[in-house]
Design a protein around this ligand. Structure first.
Ligand code: ADP
Ligand code: MG
Length: 254
């Protein structure tokens, strides 16, 4: 299988993008896939959540975007068996610097092409905006995975993201498609969440992953230990769900 590149995106903050990125990466690593996580959020949460200290990165995704380093030079090894192209505040500056440059939205795509032989999956943790950083991610990607909570307003904002995907598909990256919606932070005791979860499946069908990620405190605790939940507490419900999700992803692409 050739390298598959996915953006984990949603325009809302706090919906589980970073949790999905690092735990899917750890789950995929656990089932034998070679994975690179690209942290495209200047907050650097995916970097820290992989056990890589964003404050002491020798090289980061910033250097790769500005073409002063290759992926092979800038990547770090996470504690959970995958590689990380880390990010920190410096990345916020790239946004401004890139505007001046040629091929500004294709930098990441080119950089990743050089690492094609090293990975089965690249997962890009996007910031909660449609910035030039997100655009670089969308231009490099084969598809987008959208984590969403099963709340009444879950679909609000989704139409903006779907429109952006359509535009990028039409103008910049014909390979890009919506891979699927992932229902996260699910609490089966809440009737409304059950209803929204079912409505999503009814409305979007195949575009909704079968795996549902439960609300699970171990997933929330893991980042403060510098690990994804999948390795922090493998027997937790959250960890098991993400390993199942990794298997579903692999099966979908087989
Ligand atoms: P985003 O990257 O979209 O801003 P995060 O992945 O950082 O969202 O998640 C937001 C918060 O919710 C974090 O504190 C995270 O630990 C917590 N969280 C995410 N997924 C779960 C889950 N399945 N169960 C419990 N807490 C979760
Ligand atoms: Mg995040």
């Amino acid at each position: 299988m050739s390298m598959r590149i996915f953006c984990i995106a949603n325009q809302k903050g706090g919906v589980g993008k970073t949790t999905t990125t690092v735990n899917l990466a750890a789950g995929l690593a656990q089932v034998g896939q070679r994975v690179l996580v690209v942290d495209l959020d200047p907050q650097g949460n995916a970097t820290m959540g992989s056990g890589v200290d964003k404050r002491s990165l020798p090289l980061s995704v910033y250097d790769v975007l500005l073409e002063s380093a290759t992926v092979a030079e800038a990547r770090q090894r996470s504690v959970a068996g995958y590689d990380v192209l880390g990010a920190n505040r410096e990345l916020a500056g790239a946004e401004v610097e890139l505007v001046e440059l040629e091929r500004r939205e294709r930098r990441l795509k080119q950089a990743l092409a050089a690492a094609e032989a090293d990975y089965d999956f690249v997962l890009m943790d996007c910031p909660p905006s449609l910035s030039l950083l997100t655009l670089n991610g969308l231009c490099a990607a084969h598809g987008v995975v959208v984590p969403m909570q099963c709340e009444y307003f879950a679909l609000e904002g989704l139409s903006d993201l779907v429109n952006t995907i359509k535009q990028v598909h039409a103008n910049l990256n014909p390979e890009l498609k919506l891979i699927g919606l992932l229902r996260v932070m699910f609490d089966p005791r809440i009737t409304l969440q059950q209803q929204v979860a079912e409505q999503l499946k009814a409305h979007f069908g195949d575009k909704v992953f079968n795996t549902v990620i439960p609300r699970n405190v171990r997933l929330a605790e893991a980042p403060s230990y510098g690990q994804p939940g999948v390795t922090f507490d493998p027997s937790s419900k959250g960890a098991q769900a993400f390993v199942e999700f990794a298997r579903e992803m692999v099966a979908r692409l087989a």
